[in-house]
Design a protein. Structure first.
Length: 132
């Protein structure tokens, strides 16, 4: 058999869960931690500041903040979102990324979004999308 954790950790993409209201990251799978060139979950949270926009390239952060604010106002449980942005890693690499999210209400937590982040254009191998 397999567990829910097995599914999340073997999904061919980076998985992140964040609060809808402010983008606070509640979960990141090993793929996202590796993509961000972080050593472990603590290093990931230190590098990103624990917020969604910490994953994005500095030039994309204002747009991402505005999108998160709009999502907090308008998305209801079950609705989905799609966004494109650049990921900026701890090592200084920049990747083109696509994020598909689904909004829900988590017991004891409130409004959250489950995100699947992949290379833009459907590429699951982020390395092909590297920009210096």
């Amino acid at each position: 058999g397999f567990t829910h954790r097995d599914i999340v950790e073997t999904t061919p993409g980076a998985v992140m869960v964040h609060r809808t209201a402010n983008g606070e990251i509640l979960y990141a799978n090993d793929e996202l931690i590796s993509l961000m060139e972080c050593d472990d979950l603590k290093d990931f949270f230190d590098y990103t500041g624990g917020f969604y926009d910490g994953v994005t390239h500095p030039d994309d952060r204002g747009r991402i903040r505005r999108q998160l604010a709009a999502a907090a106002q308008g998305n209801v449980a079950g609705s989905k979102s799609y966004t494109e942005f650049r990921v900026h890693t701890k090592g200084g690499k920049t990747y083109e990324a696509t994020c598909v999210g689904k909004y829900t209400v988590a017991d004891g937590i409130g409004d959250v979004c489950y995100d699947l982040i992949t290379g833009r254009g459907g590429s699951l191998g982020f390395g092909a999308d590297v920009r210096p």
